[in-house]
Design a protein around this ligand. Structure first.
Ligand SMILES: CSC[C@H]1O[C@H](OP(=O)(O)O)[C@H](O)[C@@H]1O
Length: 356
């Protein structure tokens, strides 16, 4: 495992404080529901899948700590805690999806288990299983994405990939989604170079993705967000591969701010544009991207870096954390753990696979 954003051992949860990277590697102990909510809201842990797993394991920590007199008490505490944790950030669907799945598991489990201690054990085992499941999902995404990209390469060509934000081990339980595709290409011997954008204002690219790429000695170059147009005009980029926070039924995709303009540049330069996404990020309850709530974050995240002011005092700021890329700009396809799908076939394929 390269870098672990989430460590859950013996009922205790430790999160890598990503606000301190790449300067220091500091883990924080999560002991209460509020600790978990704060860590997600402040983006000490971030990344759609990682947020979901950190949220659910926060509940597991409290379940392990507390004594409950009945299954009903456990269920009530779990439901209330999940409902609160889902409010920590609005755009990514994964934490809401995970909360719903845990609630469904609680309801089915109570039909089989009446002893509170046994119920709590099986519930926390289910919560813990999310970590390994996520890594397996990401490796499958990586494989499907890499093979699809390799198929489009000519002759002995190796892939040059551009990615945005951080979608690696620091955004998931491990391996990553879009960065998982880069890792798979590297493992298959088909990666020539990975370009990553700095991704202002939180700088997930320069602080986190660059950190992962250097750590694993993957050939890579950091560029500023405003350099992508020139890069595409000068280099033969094989594909742009990004992550997602919420993909809706028609394939419209919410992802880190700046993704939409990358997709427009990709269209103009005829570079395949892929979204790498686990099915836990797909929200078939929303029809189009217009229904997605876009989180706006504090101006200070734009005007300061490590408490040093970099913008004029008194200037107004607008700091949307995500944007929505229309499905018709996702020309390479949506890379899932079940395969690569075109936006217009996504809903039918996912409903067929998940039988929903
Ligand atoms: C596999 S991470 C998906 C997604 O989450 C990131 O957002 P944030 O860093 O604000 O949590 C980014 O949009 C990634 O593409």
């Amino acid at each position: 495992m390269s870098l672990e954003a989430i460590i859950f051992k013996n009922g205790k949860l430790r999160l890598l404080d990503q606000l301190q990277l790449p300067f220091t590697t500091t883990y924080i102990d999560i002991e209460t529901i509020q600790d978990g909510w704060d860590a997600i809201h402040q983006m000490k842990v971030r990344g759609a899948p990682a947020i979901a797993i950190a949220g659910v394991l926060t509940v597991a920590v409290e379940l392990n700590k507390q004594n409950f007199q009945s299954v009903d008490q456990i269920k009530k505490f779990t439901f209330q805690s999940l409902d609160y944790l889902v409010t920590s950030r609005p755009t990514a669907v994964n934490i809401g999806d995970a909360a719903e799945k845990i609630k469904q598991f609680c309801l089915s489990l109570e039909k089989e288990v009446t002893d509170p201690n046994n119920y709590k054990l099986k519930l926390t085992e289910k919560m813990n299983s999310m970590l390994d499941e996520d890594v397996a999902t990401n490796k499958s995404i990586g494989k499907h994405g890499a093979l699809d990209i390799i198929e489009k390469l000519s002759g002995q060509e190796k892939a040059k990939i551009l990615t945005h934000c951080n979608t690696g081990s620091l955004a998931t339980a491990g391996y990553g989604t879009a960065l998982g595709v880069v890792r798979s290409l590297q493992e298959m011997g088909n990666l020539e170079h990975c370009y990553c954008t700095e991704t202002r204002p939180y700088n997930q690219g320069s602080r986190l993705t660059a950190y992962e790429l250097v750590y694993e000695k993957i050939p890579s170059t950091l560029i500023c967000d405003n350099m992508v147009g020139l890069l595409l005009s000068r280099q033969k980029i094989s594909a742009i591969v990004v992550g997602a926070d919420r993909v809706v039924a028609n394939g419209d995709t919410a992802n880190k701010i700046g993704t939409y303009q990358l997709a427009i540049l990709a269209k103009y330069h005829n570079v395949p544009f892929y979204v790498a996404v686990p099915t836990t990020t797909i929200d078939l309850n929303k029809r189009t991207g217009s229904e997605i709530v876009i989180e706006e974050r504090p101006s200070k995240e734009m005007t300061h870096v490590k408490d040093i002011r970099i913008a004029a005092d008194g200037i107004n700021c607008w700091n949307p954390c995500f944007d929505v890329t229309p499905a018709d700009l996702i020309t390479g396809g949506l890379i899932t753990e079940h395969g690569v799908f075109k936006p217009n076939e996504l809903e039918s394929k996912i409903r067929e696979i998940l039988r929903v």
